[in-house]
Design a protein around this ligand. Structure first.
Ligand SMILES: *Cc1c(COP(=O)(O)O)cnc(C)c1O
Length: 443
């Protein structure tokens, strides 16, 4: 008994109970920027009409120029969330009833809802098991005569392998939208994401690398897409006539406008982004050096597709090598680790899998989106029948239900001492694998 490891899961002392430091990236620079806006009295200067103020106030326009320069694209169009940016991008692409949009099932729900908002049908392609992103090989079999666009998600912070995807899209005349919410400023073959496809969409919500509380940005090199994004952002239907816009498809406008306060804060965040991302990469290098050699645990593979900016640290767990079910292992790890300040309610920032493959959500399983008669999955405009069945994307199901362990305990603000505690929890749990195996046999 004396040699037994006293796991916190079974009542022993945890590796650490003192909370991890918060991810606090708002400082004096943001305070001064916000004060500048408050002093000006102009909290927004958008006008939903064809007028000089159709494009918003000075902070919004400056933020957009600075973002476009950094992303090496011609246009950046700010929006009030990545979700609204995705909606605007799908609308700008001309997607409508009867169309299909191919999308990853391993992402935040909004990536796919964007297709439904324009009454198209999301078709889920499987992920590549190494990058967890769509690949040309998984997209190709899902292309039909109805396919209009592809939404590629650079999930966890690593770009998808975009060159083959763009070649496939060109072959079939498809619009490619990059969901860059988790990978701002990540590079693919030296080029920043957001300019690899036809449009790129970014998030500025408070979970993301840089943030304005809520907010988003859409990037594009295409003048026509930029104009359509601006119209959808700001009451298109009321603007097209005076602006002389003749293509009325999807010119049903929303109010997706970003405020001057958020834009001013975003301009300061933009200056800090590079250093914040470098800190994440250093933290991961340090942590991974301490997690080497644990049987059944593999670090994310980075290299072939591009660099990695680590929104989430995604570990590949092989239960066959340890004999301990993933659920029990994660429970044991979480019991050793503390919460993170400012996000206490979420518990230790670690989990089994990520989000459930999207096609398993009730909306897709029951095919009820608008009203209750199955529209747009069942509609006179639509003659397809997408496969939302369990088993339809085996790679994402294996990743989510069996292999993936994710955590966020590498954010800037974590010191080497904090990271040592994270590593110590892993080593303690691995040292106790024999004991955990007994428990899983009993279970
Ligand atoms: C966060 C996130 C979104 C949504 O961002 P919001 O700004 O909160 O709307 C979309 N896609 C992915 C992959 C995300 O991580």
């Amino acid at each position: 008994m004396s040699s037994k490891i006293e796991l916190a899961l079974f009542g022993g002392a945890p590796v650490r109970s003192r909370p991890f430091p918060p991810y606090q990236v708002i400082g004096d620079e943001e305070k001064q920027a916000a004060a500048r806006v408050l002093d000006s009295g102009v909290l927004s200067r958008f006008l939903g009409a064809w007028h000089a103020d159709f494009y918003g106030g000075p902070e919004v326009q400056a933020f957009e120029r600075e973002w476009a320069d950094l992303s090496q694209v011609r246009h950046a169009v700010s929006v009030n969330s990545c979700t609204s940016g995705l909606y605007a991008a799908v609308g700008a692409a001309g997607v409508g009833p009867g169309d299909e949009v191919i999308v990853s099932p391993y992402t935040m729900a909004a990536s796919a809802t964007a297709a439904l908002v324009f009454q198209a049908v999301p078709v889920f392609a499987d992920i590549d098991p190494e990058t967890y992103c769509l690949s040309a090989d998984t997209i190709r079999p899902k292309i039909t005569p109805r396919t209009k666009a592809i939404i590629v998600v650079h999930i966890f912070g690593q770009p998808a392998d975009m060159d083959p995807i763009m070649a496939l899209a060109r072959e079939h005349g498809l619009v490619v939208i990059e969901d860059c919410a988790q990978a701002p400023f990540a590079r693919y073959k030296g080029r920043p994401v957001g300019g690899l496809g036809h449009m790129g969409v970014f998030s500025l919500n408070y979970h993301k690398h840089i943030h304005t509380g809520e907010g988003g940005m859409v990037t594009t090199d295409d003048d026509r897409f930029a104009e359509r994004l601006q119209l959808i952002r700001n009451h298109a239907e009321a603007v097209v006539e005076r602006k002389g816009v003749t293509d009325l498809s999807n010119m049903v406008g929303f109010n997706f406008r970003l405020g001057e306060l958020e834009a001013a804060i975003g301009r300061e965040q933009l200056k800090k982004g590079g250093a914040l991302i470098a800190q994440r990469q250093r933290n991961i290098a340090y942590l991974e050096s301490r997690l080497q050699g644990l049987p059944g645990l593999a670090m994310p593979k980075v290299g072939a597709a591009g660099d990695h900016v680590y929104y989430v640290h995604v570990l590949d767990y092989d239960e066959a090598k340890t004999g301990v079910p993933r659920a029990l292992l994660v429970k044991a790890l979480k019991a050793e680790l503390p919460v993170t300040q400012l996000r206490e309610g979420e518990g230790p920032l670690m989990g089994e899998g990520y989000v459930k493959p999207l096609y398993l959500l009730p909306m897709y399983q029951q095919r009820i989106a608008y009203g209750r008669n199955g529209y747009p999955f069942v509609s006179p405009f639509y003659d397809g029948n997408p496969d939302y069945s369990r088993g339809s994307c085996p790679n994402v199901e294996a990743a989510h239900f069996q292999r993936v362990v994710t955590h966020e305990m590498m954010r800037p603000g974590m010191s080497e001492g904090d990271l040592d505690d994270v590593a110590a929890a892993f080593h303690k749990v691995w040292a106790a694998l024999p004991e955990l195996r007994e428990h899983s046999d009993a279970a």
